[in-house]
Design a protein around this ligand. Structure first.
Ligand SMILES: Nc1ncnc2c1ncn2[C@@H]1O[C@H](COP(=O)(O)OP(=O)(O)O)[C@@H](O)[C@H]1O
Ligand SMILES: [Mg+2]
Length: 278
């Protein structure tokens, strides 16, 4: 049974449909790389997973059980944490305060700051971001380090599903290495990571499953072993697959009309390849 399953998910904004029936299944420990051009629907998809947007139709299942996420709090309760592209830290607060807000260690009712900083330092160290000083004001850190604190914040309580929307956009060098190592470690521990990136090399490096979105639909699902940068670019741009690749596992539910039908040659999963653009 999949940890996470989206079944025929639709989303409309003010009557205009932007997701046209998305199906996705992912297990513990997977790293799902989500790629697609601007406007393909990646952020909308993860906002639905994050409880930040409600789907217009369709179903989300966790451990096979249908769940409704009314808001981000519901998603947190289910162990789904999301790190958005936009920074959400309070710039005037320290890294420790940003990380532990709402869960400060207390001593006879008062916040035990020494302990709080220790906890924050231990978390940062554990996730490989030990270069960040927990006593720094968040607003004084580089954008890269702020992004890393955002990620740390999502890991204060270890999630079951961690969604990262363009996490590497502002990272470089050793910070990027630390992020990759972290994603691998989380995956090894069984966390399902959904990794959105326009850097295809990263996705090919990290992902266990690659999902290509275009015009509000998943148009292909593949794996790093079965594709390459050129093909992903072609898919994102909408050119047809010339080659077909093996499916990774059996389908676990009835496919909706036009989606996830096994290829007659039994090889690739293409999703709604003939959907008109727009
Ligand atoms: N709040 C919104 N209201 C109306 N349309 C939106 C909203 N958010 C996204 N869209 C539209 O939905 C489509 C998918 O957007 P998005 O999910 O942000 O794509 P991506 O993250 O892949 O760039 C786009 O056409 C975008 O304009
Ligand atoms: Mg986006």
């Amino acid at each position: 049974m999949s940890l996470l399953e989206l079944i025929n998910v639709h989303k409309a904004y003010a009557g205009v449909e932007v997701l046209h029936g998305v199906d996705l299944a992912a297990d513990r420990g997977e790293v799902i790389g989500v790629v697609g051009a601007n406007g393909a629907g990646k952020s909308t998809l993860i906002k639905i997973l994050a409880g930040a947007e409600r789907m217009s139709a369709g179903e989300l299942r966790i451990d096979g059980e249908p769940v409704a996420l009314a808001n981000p709090h519901d998603a947190h309760e289910r162990g789904i944490r999301t790190v958005y592209q936009e920074l959400t830290l309070a710039p005037e607060l320290t890294v420790t305060e940003n990380l532990l807000l709402g869960r400060f260690p207390r001593e006879r009712g008062l916040i035990d700051w020494r302990k709080a900083h220790e906890q924050a330092a231990a978390l940062l160290h554990e996730i490989g971001f030990g270069a960040i000083n927990p006593r720094s004001r968040a607003g004084r850190l580089s954008v890269a380090r702020q992004q890393m604190v955002e990620i740390a914040k999502a890991l204060v309580v270890e999630p079951r599903v961690l969604i990262l929307d363009e996490p590497s956009a502002v990272l470089a060098g050793s910070d990027l290495d630390a992020l990759f190592a972290l994603v691998r470690r989380l995956s090894d521990r069984g966390v399902l990571v959904v990794y959105i990136s326009h850097r295809l090399v990263e996705v090919l490096d990290l992902a266990t499953q690659i999902v290509v979105m275009k015009d509000g639909a998943i148009i292909a699902t593949t794996t790093p072993a079965h594709t390459d940068e050129d093909e992903l670019i072609r898919l994102m741009a909408g050119r047809r697959l010339e080659q077909i690749y093996p499916d990774r596992r059996p389908h676990r539910h009835e496919p909706g009309p036009g989606s996830r039908e096994p290829d007659p040659r039994g090889r690739v999963r293409r999703h709604r390849p003939d959907r008109p653009r727009g």
